[in-house]
Design a protein around this ligand. Structure first.
Ligand code: ZN
Length: 397
């Protein structure tokens, strides 16, 4: 238990900024329901609880629906309880179209998150859990993962953009008009250099992927000798949040057009994917060269989807060599991961599109939902360092 507490405290030692007031205002403008003990609110970014029934003075039924059907089993939920009295609130959480996936976390300020005690949760069936929540005098957030909303992405992007040689711009807008930000690290603008492209958060609930991406990028952009040397030879394009609307609305998978953005690379039917298509134009016209693509996600465990050994990429054998060199440095007990050689299935994912269009290594960086947050950050450091080492050794011409 102590170790777990330390780990959750350390989550927020990551240099990511979030402000408590970026979450809910303390008002009663949107009460989903209430009984004698507390009210349930969903008036904050990422909130999702769709309906609520009052069962008794101490018990509520909360129903969690997806934004669309059919949909991936990533049953995101987030709600806020405003206590009226100190006591124990019973909540039955029902997933109407999916199974329970994310163990609940709680936070009083939206900054520090703790796993809810195991002895306060009963998994009744695969689509119903029962929570016994001790109410104090403070409102509390209950969420599938720690809340990592658009404001947190945007604050982080602005902070990163303060460094010399890094610029911030937008590649386009989401359906609801939210900017899709890009960071570009370009140390000598007059010198032609190959580009590494990193994208993230196509899928809103995938918080661990977002945490890993933040640390990975910070390692590429820090003042170490390695990172400086790397940026003398390579430029970077970083698009941390491809699906801001989905994140804000607490979606399980889709954008507001009802589309899984990571099944739309090729068709490019959505504003968010059209924006990336436009950004990629520079690599089609032969002015700029793209040499590596990473797309950050979360799933059940830590893994990397790469091209197969038979699929020719340029740089050749990058994925296998990169991941092997990391495996040598990273203890399995700290961060166990696998490489999954996944041939081009023809599905319009980012990985398949980038590989088939540019013939470069195009890799999906998947972080486990429940991976220790300190470990995923430590691992991201090493993945970034070894990526830089490998690319610096690559003789391109
Ligand atoms: Zn994903």
């Amino acid at each position: 238990m102590f170790r777990r507490m330390i780990f959750w405290l350390l989550v927020f030692a990551l240099p990511l900024s979030i402000s408590a007031n970026s979450l809910a205002k303390n008002d009663n403008s949107e009460i989903l329901c209430q009984n004698e003990l507390a009210s349930v609110q969903v008036n904050f970014p990422t909130a999702r609880a769709n309906r609520c029934d009052v069962v008794s003075p101490s018990t509520l039924n909360l129903y969690i629906d997806p934004e669309n059907k059919p949909i991936n089993d990533s049953a995101w939920y987030a709600f806020r309880l405003v206590p009226k009295q100190i006591g124990e609130l019973q909540i039955n959480l029902y997933y109407t179209h999916s199974k329970h996936r994310y163990p609940p976390k709680k936070s009083y300020d939206g900054v520090k998150w703790d796993l809810l005690d195991q002895n306060r949760i009963d998994v009744i069936s695969e689509n119903k859990i029962h929570l016994r929540l001790k109410l104090t005098d403070r409102p509390v957030y209950i969420s599938a993962q720690e809340i990592f909303s658009v404001s947190k992405h945007n604050n982080w992007i602005s902070k990163i953009a303060e460094s010399p040689g890094i610029s911030k711009s937008t590649i386009g807008k989401s359906i609801e008009g939210r900017p899709i930000y890009k960071l570009e690290a370009r140390t000598d603008p007059d010198v032609q250099k190959p580009y590494v492209l990193l994208v993230g958060r196509q899928h809103p609930p995938e918080v661990t992927g977002a945490l890993a991406m933040a640390r990975f990028v910070e390692t590429l952009l820090n003042d170490s000798t390695l990172a400086k040397k790397f940026r003398q030879k390579y430029n970077l394009i970083i698009i941390p949040n491809m699906n801001p609307d989905g994140v804000i609305h607490g979606n399980w998978r889709h954008n507001m057009g009802g589309i899984d953005l990571n099944r739309d690379w090729g068709p490019f039917t959505q504003p968010e994917t059209q924006a990336i298509k436009k950004e990629l134009q520079r690599f089609n016209e032969g002015n700029d060269e793209l040499i590596l693509f990473l797309d950050f996600h979360s799933t059940w465990r830590n893994l990397f989807y790469t091209q197969t050994d038979e699929e020719q990429t340029r740089p050749a054998d990058f994925s296998g060599e990169w991941l092997e060199s990391v495996a040598k440095r990273l203890d399995d007990k700290v961060y166990k991961f696998t490489r999954e050689q996944s041939p081009n299935s023809g599905r319009p994912t980012s990985k398949n599109y980038i590989f088939s269009t540019y013939g470069i290594p195009a890799i999906t960086y998947e972080v486990g939902d429940n991976t220790d947050r300190e470990s995923l950050a430590l691992a991201a450091d090493i993945f970034a360092q070894e990526m830089m080492e490998k690319l610096l050794k690559w003789k391109s011409h």
